[in-house]
Write a protein of this length. Structure first.
Ligand code: NAD
Length: 104
């Protein structure tokens, strides 16, 4: 039987959005040994208030773009899992300008 995977340092992209921030709260409340780095561009949909008040020794917010390879080279080392929620989620916006949807 395989052992269970128990990551200790995770990155949550889009962690200031709706689903991502709820996931961050879930991890903080249910997995006391896990540190969360939130990577979020803070678009129209991202709000740092969604993760405000969480313990600073458990949750760190990095404001940045998942498409920024240089930034990822800096922050990914030392993490053992990435949970990916970052997205352009307001689909109507793609009618006016689809480029950010394709890029992200
Ligand atoms: N909300 C739902 O009911 C639902 C249902 C099924 C699937 N999903 C999927 O789950 C994911 C998250 O949905 P959500 O409702 O939480 O969206 P959301 O718009 O609330 O959150 C998206 C987050 O991603 C961030 N973001 C956007 N582009 C980024 C980039 N380039 N780099 C870094 N951060 C970036 C935004 O700032 C925001 O905080 C999406 O892929 C969505 O399609 C959502």
């Amino acid at each position: 039987m395989l052992g269970s995977f128990e990551p200790k340092n995770i990155i949550v992209t889009g962690g200031c959005g709706f689903i991502g921030s709820n996931f961050v709260h879930y991890v903080v409340n249910n997995h006391p040994g896990v540190h969360v780095t939130v990577l979020d561009k803070l678009t129209y949909a991202g709000n740092p208030e969604n993760i405000a008040g969480l313990p600073s020794d458990r949750v760190e917010l990095v404001v940045g773009d998942i498409c920024d390879a240089g930034l990822l080279d800096c922050i990914v080392p030392g993490h053992d899992a990435i949970v990916h929620y970052a997205a352009e989620s307001h689909n109507d916006n793609s009618i006016v300008d689809p480029e950010p949807f394709l890029r992200t």
